[in-house]
Write a protein that binds this ligand. Structure first.
Ligand SMILES: Cc1cc2nc3c(=O)[nH]c(=O)nc-3n(C[C@H](O)[C@H](O)[C@H](O)COP(=O)(O)OP(=O)(O)OC[C@H]3O[C@@H](n4cnc5c(N)ncnc54)[C@H](O)[C@@H]3O)c2cc1C
Length: 391
């Protein structure tokens, strides 16, 4: 990573970055390739990150975490990706945390946060997307009905990543029917669901195989009974609690994409300098240099937006536009760097042992999830530029 490290003097949280990079060295490409072949969960990697406190970065010190700002969490995840590892196995704990911290009750926080901080419990599952509603979140159909001291949940989620490897899930469900609320964003509630209590008692999790190793699932709720204390904040106000966490999610995914872009560009330049064809390094050809250089420039610009969005977030300022732009620009930069990397490697770009094809598959996700590029552009057009809503 030296070429790129020396050129980026403005990177923050240097000590954290160095520590994370050191940890990641224990998980080389061979580790990830083996998991990828078997669609297996990177248990040892996630455990190690947890044991070293990195997954508790955002948990306040009073609950056993390190109380770091979002910019530090971004640095951690960026370094994970930059080292060729995959933070997709555990990044959700970082971005889900904000909703629990800001809107959870004192009882919920003191019950769960210390155990999450010391790695005893995992909060890695985020149940929002449903098969029929897709991006139109407020059209979701999962219901939560109050019944005495309980809620009864019925419905289905899809793409609930890491549900099999998490103890807790942050779940969004409808508590008041859509036709009984004034605004379609009303009537939704957030639950901190303790899955240990309900697995096979109303909760069924089925893995979905995808083009990359992401441990994603579909989740079914069949008269699943949970205690009313699982509700986060007030009933019917959940959509805004989830929205408040989405900026953090976008910034952190943006940081991961920056890490990916750096990994790809480092690989590309090393190979371009090393590979000799027609008696000279392929990197001497401008046709090989330019896509790599262009992706590098895209990455540097996107990186500024990721840092800007994180700084605004940490200062408690509105960062909706910047968080969205950071995610989109960084995902585009990582995709450009990935494409250049495959092309630079020629046939070897397709060979498993180079890790390029694996990272190529992994970084493609961020054009679609957690929010697709079109929806970000629509957001900017409507909310930043004042054009009519298109949908
Ligand atoms: C591997 C993976 C992991 C995921 N993990 C999670 C998770 O842990 N938790 C969770 O809740 N969700 C998760 N998701 C879901 C993810 O957030 C959604 O896939 C994403 O938001 C897009 O929703 P959709 O797939 O329903 O696409 P749709 O909403 O069906 O959209 C399909 C396409 O149409 C476009 N489109 C739709 N409406 C418009 C419009 N109005 N204007 C222009 N274009 C439009 C979209 O941009 C997209 O390209 C995951 C998805 C994947 C693939």
């Amino acid at each position: 990573m030296d070429t790129i490290t020396t050129k980026i003097e403005h990177e923050s949280h240097a000590e954290i970055r160095a520590e994370v990079r050191k940890l990641c060295l224990e998980f080389p490409g061979s580790y990830w390739r083996e998991l990828d072949r078997h669609a297996a969960y990177p248990e040892a990697f996630v455990r190690k990150l947890g044991e070293n406190g990195w997954l508790a970065a955002l948990i306040p010190e009073e609950y056993g975490g390190s109380g770091l700002p979002l910019s530090a969490a971004a640095a951690i995840l960026e370094e994970v990706q930059r080292a060729g590892c995959n933070g997709g196995a555990c990044h959700a704990q970082m971005y889900i945390m904000g909703t629990v911290l800001r809107h959870g009750s004192e009882a919920q926080k003191s019950l769960y946060l210390p155990k999450i901080a010391n790695g005893e419990l995992r909060l890695q599952a985020f149940g929002v997307t449903e098969p029929t509603s897709g991006t139109d979140t407020t059209a979701l159909k999962t219901t939560a009905k109050r019944d005495g001291d309980d809620y009864i949940i019925n419905g289905q989620k899809i793409w609930t990543s890491r549900a099999e490897y998490s103890d807790l899930m942050l779940l969004l469900a409808r508590t008041t029917p859509r036709d009984e609320v004034k605004k379609r964003t009303d009537g939704l509630s957030v639950f901190l669901l303790d899955m240990r209590e309900v697995k096979d008692h109303g909760l069924t999790i089925r893995p979905i195989r995808t083009m990359m190793n992401h441990a994603t699932t579909e989740v079914f709720f069949d008269n699943m009974r949970i205690p009313a204390e699982s509700l986060v904040g007030e009933a019917d106000k959940g959509f805004r609690y989830i929205l408040s966490g989405m900026n953090a999610e976008r910034i952190l995914i943006g940081a991961e994409c920056i890490g990916d872009a750096k990994w790809f560009t480092e690989k590309s330049t090393a190979y371009a300098n090393d590979r000799t064809v027609f008696g000279r390094p392929i990197g001497q050809n401008q046709g090989v240099q330019f896509p790599i250089a262009k992706a590098y420039a895209q990455m540097r610009a996107a990186e500024l937006m990721v840092y800007k969005a994180a700084d605004l977030y940490d200062a408690g300022l509105d960062c909706g536009a910047e968080a969205n732009m950071a995610k989109m620009l960084a995902a585009d930069a990582s995709w450009a760097a990935a494409e250049a990397c495959v092309q630079t490697h020629g046939g070897f770009g397709f060979a498993e042992e180079y890790d390029v094809e694996r990272k190529f598959r992994e970084t493609r996700l961020y054009q679609v999830a957690p929010i697709s590029t079109n929806l970000i552009l629509s957001y900017l057009a409507e909310h930043v530029l004042g054009m009519p809503r298109s949908y």
